[in-house]
Write a protein of this length. Structure first.
Lengths: 435, 284
C-alpha cells in the first residue's frame, strides 16, 4: 500500500512538472513570435465614453496588420491611479495620455521624444504638442468644445430663440424670465449644477476656465505662478445664475451628479445644460435630433461678447512610453499613424468617437457641436482657450469646488470670500508646492 | 510520528512562510525602502534619505489634522461599539424564544462591504439632513463625524456581540449560582462575576475595534470622502490621497513615509491597549 502511494505521489509530481514545463514552453514560444513580429501595442485609454470604439478599432488594426493591440480603459476619475500602477508592471502601457502641461510633470521622464516621427509630422500645428525645449513629449489627438447646450424647442416655448442670446445680460434676462414663469412653463432654465465630487469638474474646472482665460488675455500671459482673480465677480454672477435658476434647490446641489443633470436635460426639464461636444452621442441616443440642439458660448460679461466663441481646446495628449522595448515603441508609433491617417482610423475617430482630430488627414465629424464650433470660428468669433490645463493641481480644483458647494448652500459674501481665497491664495500655495 | 515532525517541520511550514513573505514581508520591506525615496513608479526610485518624513509633518499640515480626527473617532467608536455590543450580548444570552434569530439579525450588517454601506448611509443621512434643513454631508463635518460613528456601530456591533456572547457563555454556571445563593443582585453578579470573567474577551474586542477604527478606509471614502475640505479625512484616506490624488514626484514618497508612520502609530497604540487590558484579566 505504502509503495503504491509513493509511486502515485511520484507520478503526480512528474505530471505536474511536465504540465509546468509545457506551459512555460508555450509562453516562451509566444514571446518569440511577438519579438519576431512587429512588437505589440498597449494603449491605456482615458475616455470611458470612447472605450467600445477603441476596442473595435484595435481589433480592426490587428485583423489588418497582425499586430496585437490591447486597449484598456481606466475608470472615470481614476486614470492617474491606474496609469501609475500599470507603469510599474513589466508589461507597461506603450501608449498613454496626460491632460496637459501640468499633467506631463509626472511623466516627462518616461516620454519618448516624438520629434521626427511620422505621426508628429501629421499634426496640423505645434500648438497641439507639449514641448520641453526641443523634445516633443506629447501630442494632442482630439480637440473638443464646450459651452451651454440649449434645448431649442423648449427655448421657443418660452418665447425666445438662440439668436436672442448674445451676451451675459441676455442670458440672465432670459433665464430669470423662465424662472419667473417656471410653474406655468413646466421647466427650469438650467439643469441642476451637480456638485458631487464626481461631477463638479464642470464648474471648478470648465466654468472656472473663463475668468482665468480673460485674466490671461488682459495681462497677455499664457500661465502664471499667482492668479489675481480679476474677473471673479463675473464668475460669481454666472454661478448665481446657474444655481438660482435651476431645477434643484441650491442647498441640495452637493449631492447631485452630472448624470442627474444630463437626465434632467434629456427629460426636458431644463433649457440650458453646460457641457461639451463629448455629450453629443448621449443626447442623440437620448432621443434628440440636431434640430433640437445648439451650443452657445458661456458669456460671463467680460470682453467683447459679440465676438466670443465656444471654449475649444484639448486636455487629451498622447505620450509614448520611452521605457518600452524598441519594437513595441515602433509598433505603437505605427498604430498611432494608422489611426490618424488611414481611412478606417480617421472615420472611426470622427464617427464612432465623434472626435475632431488635429491631424492633416482628419475626416469631418458629424458631431453638431463640433460643426457649430467650426462655423462660429468661420464667422469671425474667437474661441476661448482651455486655460484650465494650467491650473496648478487637482487639489486647487477641489478647493474651489468645495468653496462653490458651500456658497451654493448659503449664498453670502463671507462664503464667496472663501471661493476667492481658494482661487487666488490656493493657486499660489499649490503652485509653490508643485514647483 | 513525532520524530518525523521534528525532522520535517520546515517543509510543512514552507507554504505559509512563502505566502507570508510574498503577501506581507517583501511588500513591507519594499514600502519601508520607498519611504526614503523619490519616485513616480515603484521600480524607478531614487534614494533621498529622510526628507520625506520631514515633509510629511511640515509641508502637509493635513496629516496632523487627520491624526486628531482619527483619534477622536477611535475613542468614540471603541466606547460606543463595545458598550452597545456588550449590552446586546447580555440581553441575547438570556433564555427566550427567538434569540438565535436575533443574533443572526444583529450579525447581518457585518456581511455587507464597507463601500456599499458607506453609500447607503450617505443617502440615508443626506435625506435626514435635508428634511431637517441642515447642510448635507459634503458641507457638514459634524454630521460627517457622527455619521461615521453610526455607520461603524451599525456594522461592528453584531460582530463584537458574537464574541461577547461566546465569552459570557463560558462563565461557569456554578459561580453565578453561588453568587445568587450568597444573595447578590443582578448588577452585583454582572460587575463582580461576569465582567471580570470575560475580561479576556473584552481585551480582544477592544483590540479589534481600536485597530479597525484606526485603519478605517472604505467607509470613510464612501460616506464623506474627506469632505468638506479634508476635515473628515482619516489617516488611511489621507495617505491614499497623498499618494494618488497628487500629481508630482515629491508626493509619492511622502505618502509612503506617512504610511510607515501610520503603521508605527497603530502598532504602538494597540500594544499599549493590549498591555493595559491584560493587566486586568483574572485567572479562572
Amino acid at each position: 500500500m505504502k509503495k503504491f502511494l509513493s509511486i502515485f505521489m511520484a507520478l503526480t509530481l512528474i505530471l505536474g512538472l511536465v504540465a509546468c514545463g509545457n506551459s512555460s514552453a508555450t509562453t516562451s514560444a509566444d514571446t518569440t513570435t511577438s519579438t519576431d513580429g512587429a512588437g505589440s501595442v498597449y494603449y491605456l485609454n482615458f475616455k470611458p465614453e470612447a472605450d467600445s470604439a477603441w476596442q473595435k478599432l484595435a481589433s480592426d488594426y490587428t485583423a489588418e496588420t497582425g499586430v496585437k493591440v490591447t486597449v484598456v480603459t481606466a475608470a472615470s476619475g481614476n486614470y492617474e491611479t491606474t496609469l501609475m500602477s500599470e507603469m510599474s508592471k513589466s508589461s507597461a502601457p506603450t501608449l498613454f495620455q496626460v491632460n496637459g502641461p501640468v499633467g506631463i510633470a509626472n511623466w516627462k521622464d518616461v516620454c519618448y521624444d516624438l520629434k521626427g516621427t511620422d505621426v508628429y509630422k501629421e499634426l496640423t500645428s505645434d500648438s497641439f504638442a507639449l514641448l520641453d525645449g526641443n523634445k516633443v513629449n506629447a501630442i494632442a489627438y482630439v480637440i473638443e468644445s464646450y459651452g451651454i447646450i440649449v434645448n431649442k424647442t423648449l427655448l421657443a416655448k418660452a418665447g425666445y430663440q438662440v439668436t436672442d442670446i448674445k451676451s451675459f445680460e441676455d442670458l440672465k434676462r432670459i433665464a430669470e424670465d423662465i424662472t419667473a414663469r417656471k410653474s406655468e412653463l413646466g421647466f427650469a432654465a438650467f439643469t441642476s449644477a451637480g456638485l458631487d465630487g464626481s461631477s463638479d469638474w464642470r464648474f471648478k474646472t470648465h466654468l472656472a476656465n473663463l475668468p482665468i482665460y480673460f485674466e490671461y488675455e488682459t495681462d497677455g500671459i499664457e500661465q502664471t505662478p499667482a492668479i489675481k482673480g480679476t474677473y471673479l465677480d463675473n464668475y460669481r454672477n454666472i454661478w448665481n445664475l446657474y444655481i438660482n435658476n435651476s431645477t434643484a434647490d441650491p442647498k441640495l446641489l452637493s449631492s447631485k451628479t452630472g448624470d442627474d443633470s444630463r437626465n434632467e436635460f434629456l427629460a426636458g426639464e431644463a433649457v440650458f445644460f453646460q457641457n461639451g461636444s463629448w455629450e453629443y452621442n448621449n443626447l442623440i441616443n437620448g432621443g434628440y435630433t440636431d434640430d433640437d440642439l445648439a451650443m452657445i458660448p458661456i458669456y460671463i460679461g467680460v470682453g467683447n461678447e459679440a465676438n466670443q466663441g465656444l471654449c475649444t481646446g484639448t486636455e487629451n495628449f498622447w505620450c509614448v512610453n520611452g521605457n518600452a522595448k524598441q519594437e513595441d515603441i515602433d509598433a505603437t508609433l505605427k498604430f498611432m499613424l494608422w489611426c490618424v491617417t488611414s481611412e478606417k482610423g480617421t472615420t472611426a475617430m470622427a464617427n464612432d468617437m465623434g472626435f475632431v482630430i488635429p491631424f492633416k488627414k482628419a475626416a469631418s465629424s458629424p458631431n453638431l457641436f463640433v460643426k457649430q464650433d467650426t462655423s462660429y470660428t468661420a464667422s469671425g468669433k474667437k474661441p476661448v482657450k482651455w486655460c484650465f490645463t494650467t491650473m496648478p493641481s487637482e487639489e486647487w480644483k477641489n478647493g474651489v469646488g468645495q468653496g462653490l458647494t458651500a456658497y451654493a448652500a448659503d449664498q453670502n459674501d463671507e462664503n464667496w470670500q472663501k471661493v476667492v481665497s481658494a482661487f487666488v491664495d490656493g493657486w499660489k500655495t499649490e503652485y509653490d508646492l508643485t514647483h | 510520528m513525532e520524530r518525523a515532525l521534528k525532522k520535517y517541520w520546515p517543509i510543512f511550514l514552507l507554504p505559509t512562510v512563502i505566502a507570508f513573505m510574498i503577501g506581507f514581508l517583501i511588500p513591507f520591506i519594499e514600502g519601508l525602502y520607498l519611504s526614503f525615496c523619490q519616485f513616480t513608479t515603484v521600480n524607478n526610485a531614487k534614494f533621498i534619505g529622510i526628507s520625506n518624513y520631514i515633509k510629511a509633518f511640515t509641508t502637509d499640515s493635513q496629516f496632523a489634522t487627520s491624526f486628531w480626527f482619527t483619534f477622536r473617532f477611535a475613542i468614540c467608536s471603541v466606547i460606543s461599539i463595545n458598550v452597545l455590543a456588550f449590552i446586546i450580548a447580555l440581553w441575547l444570552t438570556k433564555k427566550f424564544k427567538g434569540n438565535n434569530f436575533l443574533r443572526a439579525v444583529f450579525f447581518m450588517p457585518n456581511l455587507i462591504g464597507g463601500i456599499v454601506l458607506g453609500y447607503i448611509w450617505q443617502i440615508l443621512i443626506n435625506c435626514v439632513l435635508s428634511i431637517v434643513g441642515k447642510p448635507l454631508l459634503a458641507l457638514n463635518s459634524v454630521a460627517g463625524f457622527w455619521g461615521l460613528i453610526i455607520l461603524m456601530c451599525w456594522q461592528q456591533i453584531g460582530y463584537m456581540m458574537i464574541i461577547y456572547i461566546a465569552g459570557l457563555n463560558s462563565v461557569p454556571d456554578s459561580l453565578i449560582e453561588a453568587s445568587k445563593i450568597d444573595g447578590a443582585t443582578d448588577l452585583q453578579t454582572l460587575f463582580k462575576i461576569k465582567i471580570p470573567m470575560v475580561m479576556p474577551t473584552i481585551t480582544i474586542c477592544m483590540f479589534l475595534t481600536l485597530t479597525n477604527s484606526f485603519k478605517l478606509f472604505d467607509q470613510n471614502l464612501a460616506l464623506t470622502g474627506g469632505d468638506p475640505n479634508h476635515t473628515t479625512e482619516m489617516l488611511a484616506l489621507n495617505i491614499y490621497n497623498t499618494y494618488y490624488a497628487r500629481a508630482g514626484m515629491q508626493w509619492k514618497g511622502m505618502g509612503q513615509a506617512k504610511a510607515v508612520v501610520f503603521f508605527l502609530i497603530v502598532i504602538l497604540i494597540s500594544f499599549a491597549q493590549l498591555k493595559l487590558s491584560r493587566d486586568n484579566e483574572v485567572q479562572q
